[in-house]
Design a protein around this ligand. Structure first.
Ligand code: ADP
Length: 477
């Protein structure tokens, strides 16, 4: 009988997605269950968006009462099976029946409630996990509560850091008022006098993982550790980096229903897809024009300050640029005005649109991702899958998945630069354009892109080994 593992997360494709976390939580359990014979199930909050799209396929399992300060809140636990994987949802209209996923004044309280409800639900579910595997700050307290709560104290725990920048910091008073945790446990939850959900997960988990080997090293340093680097000094041996994969059935340009012209085995239908995209976005239709794109959250992390500094200059070249994104006002505003200045060459599409994203991946020649930091990054992997050449900064998972093109030995599957410097980005962009116009070099590069493979198989094996090692320590305890 395989291991029983419960994933706790705030996002999961296809139910709800704001970024790469959803891709990972959506695809890893399926691969683990298939290849490694585990029984991984996933528990998520029941957001309004999920109620609207999936409720008719769900069944109510049970209800539990969750103490919240002087009152209690009910959590209704629903379940459904999708593509062979079992999902649970924590329903509470007050906290979760809202538009969108994050960005509410009480996000801290919402996800503390979620974690608390997960732990309250465990004893009454007919699924008794050997391991609780929590993802990012929204699930961090599930690990802490699991260690503190008597009924599930012996369950092993794994905590995965998808992005250490977002930590879920809540005033300590508010927390103590709402969730009466015994005083002796507060030290494991707080950081600099505040409750820190990310730190709570790291502190309490038996094993900590993050989503690439390079990021696992980076977060031990003050530059990347976002104030938490010193915690890892004590947990060095329990921290490992496992690179994310992507679901190759989902991101398959030969079958993707979102793209207009599916690729055929050896034929990358860039030109057809480019023309369709150009037409759709109102760009001059010309399939020979090199097309550079970004599909991204519009936040500082994604290197937008570098883009701001050099985009107008790069657009002097004979190219087109498409930017699909949503996020901070500063960058949305920039994108809007950059398009106004560069009509006919640049399109900024402000919004989150999965279908359009796929068409852009399929149509583009280059995928630009000059991140300030990047725990793993899935977009560059999807780009490679759709034969778009990534141009990245050498950080985190970008460094682990993109090898710079070497025109002498004809190795490498993309372009990269080391320092967070706008002119290094501009240089990489210009070099990529030069390579595009050299048919021999370009053919060699595309050949390498075709050979890149980022399936989950190897990484799923690493997770399975990690679960196994926990189980052994459980039996030896
Ligand atoms: P992060 O999780 O930091 O946002 P990743 O590169 O790991 O970055 O994952 C981003 C995921 O979200 C990819 O699947 C990407 O295609 C998708 N995505 C980002 N922005 C948009 C958008 N505006 N519309 C559609 N998909 C988007």
């Amino acid at each position: 009988m395989g291991k029983k593992i419960l994933f706790v997360a705030s996002e999961c494709s296809p139910f709800v997605k704001t970024g790469g976390l959803a891709d990972v939580v959506g695809s890893l359990p399926q691969v683990l269950n298939k290849n490694e014979k585990t029984d991984v199930r996933v528990i998520l909050p029941l957001y309004q968006e999920i109620i609207e799209k999936w409720m008719d396929q769900m069944e109510l399992v049970t209800s539990v009462l969750v103490p919240v300060g002087w009152r209690t809140q009910e959590a209704n636990i629903y379940q459904l099976t999708h593509n062979g994987t079992h999902y649970y949802f924590i329903g509470n209209d007050y906290y979760f029946a809202r538009r969108g996923v994050y960005g509410y004044y009480d996000d801290g309280e919402r996800f503390v409630f979620f974690c608390h409800a997960v732990i309250e639900a465990l004893p009454v579910l007919d699924f008794k996990p050997d391991i609780l595997h929590a993802h990012d700050w929204q699930a961090g307290l599930a690990v802490a509560f699991a260690k503190i709560s008597e009924p599930v104290k012996n369950m092993k725990t794994v905590f995965t850091i998808h992005n250490i920048k977002y930590q879920g910091i809540i005033p300590r008073d508010a927390f103590e008022e709402l969730f009466n945790i015994p005083l002796e446990h507060v030290g494991g939850l707080e950081w600099n006098g505040l409750l820190n959900c990310m730190k709570s997960g790291i502190f309490h988990a038996d094993k900590i993982t993050t989503v690439s080997p390079t990021y696992a090293e980076e977060i031990k340093t003050p530059y990347y550790g976002e104030g938490l680097h010193s915690i890892f000094a004590d947990r060095q041996n329990d921290l490992i980096g496992i690179i994310n994969g992507i679901d190759l059935d989902e991101y398959n340009p030969m079958t993707d229903p979102h793209i207009s012209s599916n690729y055929k085995y050896s034929r990358i239908k860039k030109k057809e897809n480019k023309e369709i995209l150009q037409e759709r976005l109102g760009l001059p239709v010309d399939s020979d024009k090199p097309l550079y794109v970004m599909i991204t959250r519009l936040v500082e992390q994604k290197g937008l300050h570098l883009v701001q500094s050099i985009l107008d200059e790069f657009l002097q070249e004979d190219i087109q640029f498409v930017l699909l994104g949503t996020g901070d006002y500063e960058f949305e505003n920039y994108c809007y005005h950059a398009e106004e200045r560069n009509k006919g060459k640049l399109v900024s599409y402000l919004g989150f649109d999965e279908g359009l994203a796929r068409q852009i991946y399929a149509a583009s020649d280059f995928f630009v991702m000059p991140s300030l930091f990047e725990p793993c990054g899935l977009s560059q992997l999807i780009a490679l899958q759709y034969k778009a050449v990534p141009i990245v900064r050498e950080t985190g998972g970008l460094k682990d998945t993109v090898t710079p093109f070497d025109e002498v030995n004809l190795t490498g599957n993309g372009f990269s630069f080391a320092n967070y410097n706008a002119h290094e980005l501009l240089y990489a962009l210009r070099y990529s354009l030069e390579t595009y116009h050299d048919p021999d070099k370009w053919a060699a590069l595309i050949k390498n892109v075709n050979k890149s493979n980022f399936s989950w198989n190897e990484s799923a094996r690493e997770y399975a080994n990690l679960y196994q090692s926990l189980d052994e320590s459980l039996h030896n305890a």
